[in-house]
Write a protein that binds this ligand. Sequence first.
Ligand SMILES: [Zn+2]
Length: 413
Amino acid sequence: MQRFVGFVYHEVRLLECGGQAEIEIHLQPHGGMRGRCSQCQRPAPGYDRLPVRRWQFVPLWGIPTYFLYAPRRVRCITHGVVVEHMPWSDGKRPITRAMMGFLARWARRLSWRETARVFGTSWEAVYRSVQWFVEWGLSQRKLQQVESLGVDEIHWGRGLRAANFLTVIYQIDGHCRRLLWVGKGRSERTLRRGLKALGSEAVKGIRFVCSDMWKPYLNVLAAEAGQALHVLDRFHITMHLNQAVDQVRRAEGTRLRTASKRKAGKLKHMRWSLLRRGSRVRGRARQKLNALLVSKLATGRAWELKEVFAHFWKYKSVTWAGAFLDYWCERAMRSRLEPMKKVARMLRAHEELLLNWFRAKGEISNGAVEGLNNKIRVVTRRSYGFRTYDAMEMALYHTLGRLPEPESAHRFC
Ligand SMILES: [Zn+2]
């Protein structure tokens, strides 16, 4: 399964080590072949031999397995005296490439802790393996044909400080959806850093950008990717509307509880039905909702406004969509509901970007950003036992980056 040119499998031993079985695979250099320089991989005359080193290999039949080899040092014309190139090894890591690939692939399906436990190795070994896998993938990644970007912020950890937000850049093309970049913070500087990491070549090729109305992002995207059509994401706008309805409901709930118990009862347990799309509210929840609408409570009016706005997305023509937006904003401004008025002001301020949604229709896969956000949350919330931000960042690239993988003769899993 794994042949290494210039080396031979010399001996395989099954031994007992502290009551535990262990397999040792001894390697030897091929008699007739010279070692290669680890820098340039050109054959070079031998210099001396180092003591035997051990590399952890993929466990066979569940038994911990090791490669043993005494590396030669060679005298390369360009690089001087260096350790020889060993195709199963990478740098100083005491794990074979096969094992690193094996652990990294399993670490996508299991938590890192679980991976370490099942395959009889340490968390550290899994961490190093994923790191190797991701670094290789990022260095080999091609960013051609990236036409649509999604930019968003993700809350991470506890608290609402800037350090608790991540900026993410996704590719949201129909043919490929993946995480391209993630970084700490959500300032202009963060996004600039991200776009720089993608490279000016890739940024120039972007045709569509999808984001929320977050000011720092709008500024940076206008400056750095001015050629791209900037679209406000439908899911973000729905989110803002839902938040406004919820604010109205909470304020009214407090007001009513002090005034009348009976009226306050109308708002009880309504939170989720109010946030759902109207057509999806059925049964008893529907009856309650209907009662609420008849009652002329502020929450009912706010909900109706939100519901009416859903028509906006059905238009085909930019002109008609614009006319509808005007109508809706006017109605919201007359509603005397401060949170709804706030949304209306926000939508008006970004009218052009909103209408870009119709100009880009069909080109941007709707809901792609939302879907990727949800996947990110699965990773950040799952107890991977991440001790540091760096470990989590790596896990995100690993699970959502669709990175190319180091090739090997046999995959083992
Ligand atoms: Zn060399």
